[in-house]
Design a binder for this molecule. Structure first.
Ligand SMILES: Cc1cc2nc3c(=O)[nH]c(=O)nc-3n(C[C@H](O)[C@H](O)[C@H](O)COP(=O)(O)OP(=O)(O)OC[C@H]3O[C@@H](n4cnc5c(N)ncnc54)[C@H](O)[C@@H]3O)c2cc1C
Length: 316
């Protein structure tokens, strides 16, 4: 099987990966993007994006990412479908192997594989995304002005989201399956002192109610087994993220949640623990606390500029 040589292999086709590709191809670097199982990334799952600058009335997630892919192709980047299974360091270069066996060699790698929000796994949860169910308060909070919403989770993110949502909603339920929050003391205090937040301890969401839009949730008290229906307009799932970084576990350093560690080399702030391998977007420690498309795109730009500088230094 043919093994092509590239300057950069970009793994992932979300905002981080596609932005990195734009910058590297415009620096005259031969660049390929491996699109992965979700070409266009997570924004393909959302209807309206209101916080991407440049659109006076917002834009659609699918529209934005299709345009971005088109832009990347028009600039001359090759986009290949497929999943990367392994990246190996071979004689100063990198060999990337896709599922199915195809291999390619490159001088630099940019990993931009994102982090999938964990969902509850209950029926109709995915189908109701954009119709009341959300995985991101920063993205969708303002659609719930003067409404009642619920947040599921007990960590820092859930507490931050619950507190943030009180800027818009009249009431926020924080649904937690235990009798104690896992969040930091500061976050817990903020939630406990916020009069708009009611914590439903030892409760789990059993059912999503409503046809066209969410109208409520059926909860189960996991200690007593009692059920109750709570009317809500919005349901925010904040139970964590899974960075898609397992395939580079033996190549680069990751944090305890699987985010790729960057920022340890002061000359190349997006470089990982492996020289020549850069990382950008939601899969990194750099964007761990932000998880926003514009931040991921910004990281993609930085990783591409770092990769360009590094390739020039090593290969001239
Ligand atoms: C429902 C929803 C709505 C959202 N709304 C907004 C919003 O309104 N505004 C906002 O700013 N943010 C929003 N976000 C968050 C935003 O989508 C992410 O922050 C952003 O997409 C992260 O970009 P990324 O490029 O780092 O990763 P992703 O977009 O997750 O892209 C990761 C890419 O990596 C690929 N990949 C994964 N593993 C492999 C592999 N092994 N080999 C090859 N490719 C691989 C995937 O196919 C995908 O193309 C939303 C998220 C969700 C889920």
């Amino acid at each position: 099987m043919e093994n092509k040589l590239y300057d950069t292999v970009v793994v992932g086709s979300g905002p981080a990966g596609l932005t990195a590709a734009i910058y590297n191809i415009r620096a005259n670097m031969k660049t390929v993007v491996i699109a992965g199982g979700q070409p266009g990334g997570q924004l393909m799952m959302t209807t309206t994006v209101d916080n991407w600058p440049g659109f006076a009335r917002g834009t659609g997630g699918v529209k934005l990412m299709m345009e971005m892919q088109e832009q990347v192709k028009n600039l001359g980047v090759e986009i290949k479908n497929g999943m990367v299974e392994e990246i190996k360091s071979v004689n100063k270069m990198f060999e990337t192997r896709l599922a199915g066996g195809e291999r390619m060699t490159s001088k630099a790698i940019i990993v931009a594989t994102g982090a999938k929000a964990k969902w509850l796994g209950i029926e109709r949860e995915k189908e109701m995304i954009g119709r009341g169910v959300s995985g991101c308060a920063t993205c969708d909070g303002m659609f719930f002005r003067d409404k009642i919403v619920a947040v599921v989770g007990g960590g820092d993110t859930a507490c931050e989201e619950a507190d943030f949502l009180t800027k818009f909603a009249t009431k926020v339920y924080l649904i937690h399956r235990r009798d104690q929050l896992r969040a930091s003391v500061v976050e817990q205090k903020r939630v406990l002192e916020n009069k708009k937040i009611e914590i439903l301890w030892n409760h789990e969401v059993a059912e999503i109610l409503g046809e066209e839009r969410l109208t409520g949730i059926r909860l189960i008290n996991n200690l007593k087994g009692q059920e109750k229906i709570v009317a809500v307009d919005g349901l925010f799932i904040a139970v964590g993220h899974n960075p898609a970084t397992e395939f580079v576990a033996s190549l680069v350093k990751r944090d305890e949640d699987g985010h790729i560690v960057i920022g340890e080399d002061k000359n190349y702030k997006t470089m990982t623990s492996k020289a020549g391998v850069f990382a950008a977007g939601d899969c990194t420690t750099g964007n761990r606390d932000y998880k926003q498309a514009i931040a991921a795109a910004g990281d993609g730009c930085k990783a591409a500029l770092d990769a360009e500088k590094w390739v020039k230094k090593i290969y001239g």
